[in-house]
Design a binder for this molecule. Structure first.
Ligand code: APR
Length: 193
């Protein structure tokens, strides 16, 4: 990966990173899945995670009784480099309920991070939840994602690294701008540490 494809921001004793890449390849303790409420494989990130993890993940997901929008459930990572997968269900975007969508998207990040702490997870990778099949505009979702993660890390230092993994240059650039805006409010930003 080229050096400019990674940005990080120090928040308390933790680090928020954005990188361009594939979430299934991340070696963090956990990766987050942008799931559907039945926790079936689906397409997008979820399809890629299920393909890389193998059939064990689908079998474990079947036993979980689904997941509500904004909530999160945890499984093992099977053949993935990550030990755990945290499945969260993002809102399906609609202009009519913008505030509610934003609240549910924030909840996805908070629920996933809360569950990570309960399981002693120190590093976690997120995709840009809801910005694919569920149609959330990337700029709005990026602002919500980085702010929610930063707010969480200000209050909890158990998790050392939170990484947002963006699929492609456009998504990365949008998140880079969101990080720059955020960094103007926070003490210190460092590039390519
Ligand atoms: N790594 C990182 N990001 C990825 C990857 C990958 N391998 N594949 C896709 N993405 C990006 C997409 O480009 C998009 O920006 O992840 C973001 C989220 O896209 P989706 O996977 O479509 O997730 P979402 O919009 O939350 O829709 C969830 O999709 O797979 C179905 O069953 C799932 O119904 C649910 C819906």
């Amino acid at each position: 990966m080229e050096a400019e494809d990674r940005i990080s921001l120090t928040i308390g004793r933790s680090r928020l990173e954005i990188v361009m890449g594939d979430i299934t390849r991340q070696e963090t303790d956990a990766i987050v899945n942008a799931a559907n409420s039945r926790l079936t494989p689906g397409g997008g990130v979820s399809g890629a995670i299920h393909r890389a993890a193998g059939a064990g993940l689908r079998e474990e997901c079947k036993k979980l009784g689904g997941c509500k929008t904004g909530e999160a459930k945890i499984t093992k990572g099977y053949n993935l480099p990550a030990r755990y997968v945290i499945h969260t269900v993002g809102p399906v975007f609609s202009h009519a309920s913008r505030e509610r969508n934003a609240e549910l998207l924030r909840k996805c990040y908070e629920s996933s991070l809360g569950l990570a702490i309960e399981h002693g997870i120190k590093s976690i990778s997120f995709p840009a939840i809801s910005t694919g099949i569920y149609g959330y505009p990337m700029e709005e979702a990026a602002d919500i994602a980085v702010r929610t993660i930063a707010d969480f890390l200000r209050k909890h230092d158990e998790i050392k690294v939170v990484r947002m993994v963006l699929y492609g240059r456009d998504a990365f650039e949008v998140h880079k701008r969101a990080m720059k805006k955020l960094s103007e409010e926070i003490d210190k930003i460092s590039y390519n540490p």
